[in-house]
Design a protein around this ligand. Structure first.
Ligand code: F6P
Length: 552
């Protein structure tokens, strides 16, 4: 496969960009009432309106041409067929197998893989039922009232985001908490409200070597032993999820209290595996299956739908259009649903850990932008914080607006107002406000002369700012599953266009290595001297502050 920037479609897009960039979406909408009908698609209950983008029919044809030149269909087939496309780790990428349906399979995997997945799912179901029924009791015979998920990154963000999103479906009687940060405040704050005799810890770590998780788990274990007065209490208050059985045993959790998964599941793609145990505990096995079913439906759509109707391909290629041709650095994700408050944080890991790469699969340095900076906040909060920049700032920020037609927590008129705000924002971003419109408004408000002229430039909105709107009926488990899978696949499409491996994360290693060294040095008497001057000084100054007794 040729270099991305040598593709015929890439060259054509560069030229096409020169033609499209000066044009305004507003005029396209005025001239073409069919625009939205053409630039929208629906799958798995998610309607995507991508008509408020700086695209024409030609743009779309060229972008999909680029996807073809980059052999996206072949890459997709390889993933579902279990080819080790995670080349730097020589692993298959089969998170789709975790939500597969043997009757309508998306993945080509052996019966052994299906059997292993089904077995672990069955164990999760059984465990959740035992906790809920009171068959699983604390060491002193108390029913479990609180579950604390200890994990970080993919062993935290996915389950946390889903548990928040599906709160309306949460089963009563069990509160689920999440501790991730190695900052002891996170653990201390969480434990402060809990009773040891009724608290169950779920230690989630694919590798079971992660500093944050092990530090939190060790201190949680100490808390249990101290309060319940017996080392034996650990068995009733700890379970683990990992691929590293030896390390779990060494920690003191018995193999029968460990749920497994496999190296072909990446951490940030693992919420569908046993890592989702806190989700199963929170909403129960039936809802978890619905989540899996939604993701599976999106897998089939991604694998089979033609590019022109394929949501992950369309959203992925639009991101390529803005990043590589308009130079957009970031991508905003704006859920108009408070339940999705952690969705942007979850997507940050999914997208930025997957495509934050500058080396291609062939080992070459890329000559173009890859993964964007992903960020966002729920609407309408963001409107009163950073939307000013989206509307009138100097940067182009493509944005996704996610919104359910129905609220699961209807209160008075709130949801109608929420929807109105969501739709109004995308309209405003697209249309803007011309000087003649702003002038007329000011005149109607009684302005004239110098006062009007000096205010006028501030009241003008360029518009022409792109957005996608993802509208769905309601945020139920099925739809959430489909939504997450949609973004997983979008990230894969983009990584494939850029020629990077979306499934490794070597970039997080260096900081981990250095932190190990510095953690030891912070315990030494002698001044640190082995780093650069800045790092040496920070270490030494910190130790000076410790010694000087300036401690609260
Ligand atoms: O540091 C990054 C990372 O490796 C993520 O990819 C992963 O999700 C997270 O750490 C946690 O890893 P583990 O589940 O092995 O504790």
């Amino acid at each position: 496969m040729s270099n991305l920037t040598e593709c015929a479609a890439w060259h054509a897009l560069e030229k096409h960009h020169q033609e499209v960039a000066p044009q305004h979406m507003r005029e396209w909408f005025e001239a073409d009432p069919e625009r939205t009908a053409r630039f929208s698609a629906e799958a798995c209950g998610i309607y995507v309106d991508y008509s408020k983008n700086r695209i024409t029919d030609d743009t779309l044809a060229l972008l999909l041409g680029l996807a073809r030149e980059r052999r996206i269909a072949e890459r997709v087939a390889e993933m579902f067929d279990g080819v080790p496309i995670n080349a730097t780790e020589n692993r298959a990428v089969l998170h789709a197998a975790l939500r597969d349906d043997a009757q309508v399979p998306a993945c080509t995997v052996g019966a052994d893989v299906r059997a292993r997945v089904a077995r672990e799912l069955g164990r999760l179901d059984e465990f959740a039922r035992a906790v809920h029924n009171g068959d699983w009791l604390g060491y002193s015979g108390s029913p479990i009232t609180d579950v604390v998920n200890i994990g970080i990154g993919g062993s935290d963000l996915g389950p946390l985001m889903v548990c928040r999103a599906l709160r309306p479906y949460a089963l009563s009687g069990l509160n689920v908490h999440f501790v991730s940060n190695v900052d002891g405040t996170h653990l201390a704050d969480t434990l402060a409200g809990l009773q040891p005799q009724s608290t169950l810890f779920v230690v989630c770590s694919k590798t079971f070597t992660t500093l944050e998780t092990l530090t939190n788990a060790h201190n949680a274990r100490a808390w249990i032993v101290e309060h319940l007065g017996d080392q034996a209490a650990v068995a009733s208050h700890f379970v683990a999820v990992s691929t590293n059985a030896a390390a779990v045993t060494e920690f003191g959790i018995a193999p029968e209290s460990m749920f497994g998964f496999w190296d072909w599941v990446g951490g940030r793609y693992s919420l569908w595996s046993s890592i989702g145990v806190s989700i199963v505990l929170c909403v129960g096995p039936k809802r978890f299956r619905e989540l899996l079913a939604g993701a599976h439906a999106m897998d089939l759509h991604f694998r089979d739908a033609p590019f022109e109707a394929n949501l992950p391909v369309l959203l992925g290629m639009l991101g390529v259009w803005y990043g590589n041709f308009f130079g957009a650095e970031t991508h905003a994700v704006l859920p108009y649903d408070q339940s999705l408050e952690r969705f942007p944080a979850y997507l940050q890991q999914l997208d930025m850990e997957s495509n934050g790469k500058s080396t291609t699969l062939t080992g070459d340095r890329v000559g173009y932008l890859t993964g964007p900076i992903v960020w966002g906040e729920p609407g309408t909060n963001g409107q009163h914080a950073f939307f000013q920049l989206l509307h009138q700032g100097t940067r182009l920020v493509p944005a996704d607006f996610l919104v359910p037609a129905h609220s699961l927590r209807p209160v008075g008129e709130h949801h109608r107002l929420l929807l109105a705000n969501c739709f109004a924002q995308t309209e405003a971003l697209m249309r803007g406000k011309r000087a003649d419109e702003a002038r007329a408004e000011l005149q109607a408000a009684g302005f004239s002369g110098d006062a009007l002229e000096s205010l006028l430039p501030h009241k003008v909105f360029e518009g022409n700012r792109p957005s996608n709107t993802l509208l769905f009926r309601v945020l139920d488990p099925y739809t959430l599953g489909a939504l997450i899978a949609l973004y997983e696949h979008k990230v894969f499409v983009q990584g494939s266009v850029w020629g990077v491996n979306s499934f490794d994360q070597w970039g997080v290693e260096l900081g981990k290595q250095l932190a190990g060294v510095i953690a030891r040095e912070l315990t030494y008497e002698d001044d640190a001297a082995g780093h650069d001057a800045s790092t040496n000084y920070l270490i030494n100054h910190c130790r000076h502050l410790w010694r000087s007794g300036e401690h609260p």
